[in-house]
Design a protein around this ligand. Structure first.
Ligand code: NAI
Length: 355
């Protein structure tokens, strides 16, 4: 399918390519929707095998951001950007970040950038020297690393899953497998350990695995097999597309609830297959909304109290979605349905960013 075809199908407003001659920056901004407000979404720095892969990623991720904002009840749209690295692990430079900042500025606030995989607060602050439309820095812009908020929200979503299954909302003695011990995964492990869970962990970076073993007595698992390990809750917190058509049949977890974006290769297909297998899937864009709530909430001027309240609300939103799921094909369809209702409510109002 060509790009216009896909934009029409998924409902994108704008997909913009940029090349900066001086730095060689190649980037794409995909604005899925500004119906509910300006669109906040992270910038991912990644080496993609093909341009097509990058375009697919940014379009899927930006759609997810619209659904995430809508389900979190935020008056924000959905967008995402990707920086296409020429080689894996290409070092980030201030010049590249500034060029990206100038690209973001061309959207006049319809797009607000933030952290995603491959970016840190320092990079955000470099971008912020060229545009006011970024969140998540520590010096030039504000918000800092949203990951602890994301981890807290995912933990709240896990509580909802336990409650939905009629189990005690008590992590002591539960076996929780965490894939990916990055900014979110590590903080989630800390929370789970403090709540009494037994941790099974995997990461392609052995030093963070060693850290989890030393800090929380976590059991290391081969990254190739963590998705299929015996556990109560599986928490994918690395990259997306880790559960596909053939993986579902091999999952032994009762609950899948993680922070990664786009955990399922084909969400409609895999989420329905999980219903058939009796696995409870917590839709990722609901479970991982904490970071968006933090940065978008700060952008909108919310107090710390309000931000905490909204992050706590992820638990109730997830319970409502899981309870509504039997009238849909899957939990994912139930979450999409909630997002669609919120889009429709937003469409009947004046745009939040009018003027
Ligand atoms: P990160 O880059 O800090 O951590 C990712 C970790 O996953 C790294 O330690 C990496 O070595 C590991 N990893 C990569 N491939 C792996 C594999 N095949 N097996 C095991 N481990 C692997 O990223 P961060 O910020 O922790 O985000 C994690 C996920 O959560 C991403 O999908 C991100 O899009 C999503 N997310 C993050 C938010 C945030 O606030 N940071 C907000 C919402 C979603």
């Amino acid at each position: 399918m060509d790009t216009f075809g896909r934009m029409t199908e998924i409902g994108h407003e704008r997909v913009c390519f940029h090349h900066d001659e001086a730095t060689g920056l190649r980037a794409i901004v995909a604005i899925h929707s500004t119906k509910l407000g300006p669109a906040l979404g992270g910038t991912r720095r990644w080496h993609y095998a093909t341009e097509e892969e990058a375009l697919y990623d940014v379009m899927r991720l930006s759609e997810g951001m619209s659904c995430k904002a809508a389900c979190a009840g935020l008056p924000m749209g959905g967008a995402k950007s990707v920086i296409l690295l020429p080689e894996p692990n290409t070092e980030a430079t201030e010049a590249e970040a500034k060029a990206m900042g100038r690209f973001i500025d061309t959207f006049n606030g319809d797009y607000i950038a933030a952290e995603d995989v491959g970016l840190d607060p320092r990079y955000i602050d470099w971008m912020a020297t060229e545009t006011n439309h970024v969140m998540g820095g520590e010096t030039v812009s504000t918000g800092g690393d949203p990951s602890p908020f994301t981890a807290a929200g995912t933990f709240n979503a896990m509580k909802a899953c336990l409650q939905h299954l009629g189990r005690a909302v008590d992590f002591s003695g539960l076996n929780v497998a965490v894939q990916g011990l990055g900014h979110v995964g590590m903080d989630l492990c800390r929370r789970l350990h403090e709540a009494g869970a037994n941790l099974l962990v995997a990461d392609i970076n052995s030093s963070v695995v060693d850290q989890a073993v030393a800090s929380w007595d976590a059991k290391p698992i081969d990254p190739q097999s963590i998705i299929e390990c015996e556990c109560d809750i599986l928490a994918p917190c690395a990259l997306g597309a880790v559960i596909g058509e053939h993986t579902v049949a091999r999952i032994k977890a009762d609950i899948i609830c993680g922070a990664a974006n786009n955990i399922l290769v084909d969400p409609a297909r895999e989420s329905a297959a999980m219903v058939d297998r009796g696995i409870l899937y917590a839709p990722d864009f609901v479970a991982n909304a904490g970071g968006l709530i933090w940065l978008a909430g700060l952008w909108l001027g919310m107090s710390r109290e309000e931000l905490d309240r909204r992050n706590d609300e992820i638990e109730q939103t997830m319970i409502d979605i899981l309870n509504d799921a039997p009238s849909h094909a899957s939990t994912w369809e139930a979450a999409m349905s909630l997002a669609r209702v919120r889009f429709a409510q937003g469409e009947s109002k004046e745009p939040a960013h009018a003027g």
